[in-house]
Design a protein around this ligand. Sequence first.
Ligand SMILES: Nc1ncnc2c1ncn2[C@@H]1O[C@H](COP(=O)(O)OP(=O)(O)O)[C@@H](O)[C@H]1O
Ligand SMILES: [Mg+2]
Length: 696
Amino acid sequence: MPRVAAESEEISFDGGNELPTLGELMKDLEEGHRKKYSGADSPDHHIVDLTSLEIRPVPLLLSFNNLKYDVRGKAATVKTLLNDVSGEVRDGDILAVLGASGAGKSTLIDALAGRVSTLKGTVTLNGEKVLQTQLLKVISAYVMQEDVLFPMLTVKETLMFASEFRLPRSLSKSKKMERVQALIDQLGLRNAADTIIGNEGHRGVSGGERRRVSIGVDIIHDPIVLFLDEPTSGLDSTNAFMVVQVLKRIARSGSMVIMSIHQPSARILDLLDRLIILSRGKSVFNGSPTSLPQFLSDFGHPVSEKENITEFALDLIRQLEGSTDGTKELVEFNEKWQLQVSTEVTTSYKALSLKESIITSISRGKLVSGSTSSNPISMETVSYANTPLVETYILSKRYMKNWSRTPELIIAKIATVMVTGLLLATIYWRLDNTPRGAQERMAFFAFATSTIFYTCADNISVFIQERYIFLKETTHNAYRTYSYVISHALVSLPQLLALSIAFAATTFWTVGLSGGLESFFYYCLIIYAAFWSGSSFVTFISGLIPNARISFIVTISYLSYCLLMGGFYINRDRIPSYWIWFHYISLLKYPYEAVLINEFDDPSRCFVRGVQVFDGTLLAKVSDSMKYKLFDTLGNSLGTKITESTCLRTGPDLLLQQGISQLSKWDCLWITVACGLFFRILFYFSLLFGNKNKRT
Ligand SMILES: Nc1ncnc2c1ncn2[C@@H]1O[C@H](COP(=O)(O)OP(=O)(O)O)[C@@H](O)[C@H]1O
Ligand SMILES: [Mg+2]
């Protein structure tokens, strides 16, 4: 392993005063090594086996000074969420931010991670400003408070997918596997590696294990700075302790860990290196946990042996917050106390520049480097690890895997469609070609098309459940948004095809639709297209509106309007002119017209023959001989003879009567397919602009 480069010689940087990009850092690293090890056997870079390697600390120091963060409340009031907070963390250390709920812990973590705008104050890493830089983004990771994972994947699969998304393409599959294995060991998840994550309905790993998997997903690339917001909340004390133990191990491997914690147990406190206690956005203690008892007794509130020190401190703060003077006295006391303590100068941290430190860290295996020194990681961690095609493939694979574990969902959906189909079959059993039969055919088609669209409404939940996974992964540049949109569409296609065939096969012959096999084939196609456009529309709505209920209401309302304006309840020529545009944007119009054309476009089929024309009218009661007499008179004036077998209304006549004259059935098919594509594109834009993973 290479030693700290700067101990003996300077590495030259061409980056000027600006922060180098990671790519430049890598180049420098390579050159630095070549100089240092010229001739000698050049060292290979390995993924660090964290269990066997003892890592010498690389001096890294993150310090933040006088952070202040205001938000504008209602009526121009300003609320100060962070007020003059300072502190520092070194590599190998865990900094814990303590405080009652609402004290500003999450705000501080977010501020340091560069997730808030309008922050005042400075955040420096080895003396260089890093806040809001790409560099900080590259070398750090942020673990959210909630676990957002695919429930049906195993621990190992989850980490493996994370490695495929985040580790450089140049890294071979076996190296990625190695990294995942090392991480599983580091997280203490060896026994749970092949257990699924699980959710409410499926038993999976325990809460503590799930939290560790979440952390693992975020640190797959082995970041140098790790931010966590309450990683232990919701866990019992044993699990919480294990999580912090894991964090300690990560810190020991040369990272710095910055986390918030609500109330650490005594055992957890032992693992922490630095504490900041916040009260209403101000820091009331800043130092090592071991100095806390001394601090409190200096302040005039000694802690007894038996008491939990943090509990005692938080109680004291709560008491002070309730008093008239508030915590002012304590804040001032802390400031004075800081001045006394901070005489120990951290010169060693000034010796190494930021670039050198990061390079050394990377050469130790941080930010998971490539396998050889001639091919260290490139800029790929900044941009994307994979090509769009590979991303789409991995995403699709992950969907398939997740779904294949719950086949009952897909089977249930197909079964529902088949039940609807069979129900329709019994009601519209083998329709004939009488005027009434024609009417019933149209009713069947109207119901069938609307059912297809309403069946799609359950797609709302698909994206809404995944939304946070998507947000998290795309903020890490795990993949491009359009790869996600494409894979989302691709994996839905086989499912929709199965639904279409199930529905078409259960209804086509039983209802007695005409046209034989060719017509059946078209019928399948148009149903497939309708499912596609319906599911695309619903997906778009769920991307646009994150709230499932509102999404549902919007979807159902829109579909109802489509049904109303689609041409079944009211013909096109009867729709008021100011509503006619809605007729054309009605998603149902096109499939409905398509199936009607498919059914009725044969001019040789007759739906009103001879005396059937009087069916359902007052004249039906008149005797047949009278009716024929009437026909004779009518025929004479038309110059033809009307008999019992004369066709008075053919299929195409029916279509005309329905106002279906503008498009061919293939036009309708293409328009339906295009609608689906259009909504997928809108879905893409809704993801691109509507989902910002930052607080304001
Ligand atoms: N955007 C905001 N506007 C107004 N107040 C906010 C906003 N975000 C957070 N707060 C308030 O700031 C305080 C600190 O929040 P937070 O950092 O989440 O606390 P903690 O994580 O310590 O529980 C809370 O009182 C919260 O209500
Ligand atoms: Mg919080």
